[in-house]
Design a protein around this ligand. Structure first.
Ligand code: AMP
Length: 305
């Protein structure tokens, strides 16, 4: 892992989540797409975070980012309240309903990408308004690989900007319902190919506990989710997946069919750890050795003789 420069720049939300699952309720815990993505990426490479929090952001959360050596020069602290989101999960732990979204300081956020991040070769545009994603992309100088995530909300309220994002990235990540919603096509293979027509070389369709599929114009890579005995909180699984993926790809340093597949497996495994606890709690004590062991177990269980 390089220590002298930034490998990955991430923009996304940083917030306090209130989450209800069938068995637990947790209030105001650290969440946000950039939080999960940066922490997951930090296991593999040097990451810088672009985002905003309010003056009420707990010092313990900043300490946690520092614990993972995330570069915080791109994290603005503004007068006001931090972004808040709350959601409730159905018994299947896959479907969820958003109860509230309070943008707070995000409402007036204009990302200013620090000079040190502008040459970052790998960029992840985590879930946030597509206009903010574009604003960050405009400030990055010739990145090698850009991946982007989004959510239903932006398909509904900012479709044109989202389309501009899709046209400018190398990889688009969407969950299955978003891909169907955006394209109007139910069949996921057809939906992915329609998205590929818009520009990205790769489209990753995420299917929750059923895994994910990477599409390019002439290839598919099918990735089951790592089977877990118990899922505690699926919040941020997609962001941990994306962070682990982009971090591992940056660590590999080049984008080839092999490094992409290896990086996807890393993302898959990071997501599996993330959902075993609320917020970023599982990552706190996670060691690289445990990640490597789970990657080996995953390879073993997906081998076809
Ligand atoms: P995921 O489970 O991958 O969809 O990510 C959940 C995270 O996204 C939570 O920690 C939320 O704080 C964050 N989030 C929810 N809604 C939004 C939104 N509209 N914009 C940005 N981030 C959001």
């Amino acid at each position: 892992m390089s220590t002298s420069r930034l490998d990955v720049a991430v923009v996304g939300s940083i917030g306090l989540d209130t989450i209800e699952t069938p068995h637990h309720r947790r209030e105001e815990i650290l969440g946000g797409s950039a939080s999960f993505a940066c922490v997951a990426a930090s296991f593999f490479s040097r990451v810088g975070m672009v985002g905003i929090v309010g003056t009420d952001f707990p010092a313990a959360c900043t300490d946690l980012f520092n614990h993972f050596s995330i570069d915080l020069k791109g994290l603005q602290v503004a007068e006001g309240m931090t972004f808040r989101w709350s959601g409730v999960y159905e018994a299947n732990m896959d479907n969820r309903e958003t109860l509230s979204t309070d943008l707070n300081v995000f409402a007036d956020f204009l990302p200013d990408v620090p000079a040190e991040y502008r040459g970052a070769p790998f960029v992840f545009l985590a879930n946030i308004s597509p206009d903010l994603q574009l604003h960050v992309l405009d400030q990055i100088e010739s990145p090698r690989f850009v991946a982007a995530d989004t959510m239903d909300l932006w398909i509904n309220v900012a479709r044109d900007s989202l389309q501009s994002v899709i046209q400018r990235v190398d990889m688009l990540m969407m969950n299955e319902s978003e891909a169907r919603h955006y394209t109007g096509v139910h069949n996921l293979v057809q939906a992915a190919h329609q998205l590929l027509e818009d520009g990205p070389a790769y489209v990753l369709i995420k299917k929750g506990e059923h895994g994910s599929i990477l599409f390019s114009k002439d290839e598919m890579f099918v990735l089951p989710a790592f089977p877990l005995r118990e899922v505690t909180d699926p919040t941020g699984a997609g962001d941990s997946f994306a962070g682990g993926f982009i971090g591992a790809l940056a660590d590999a340093g080049e984008v080839t069919p092999e490094t992409l597949r290896t990086a996807l497996v890393c993302g898959n495994i990071l997501a599996s750890f993330g959902v075993e606890a609320f917020s970023l709690e599982k990552f706190h004590l996670l060691e690289r050795l445990q990640i490597d062991e789970r990657i080996s177990a995953f390879k073993e269980m997906t081998q076809i003789p």
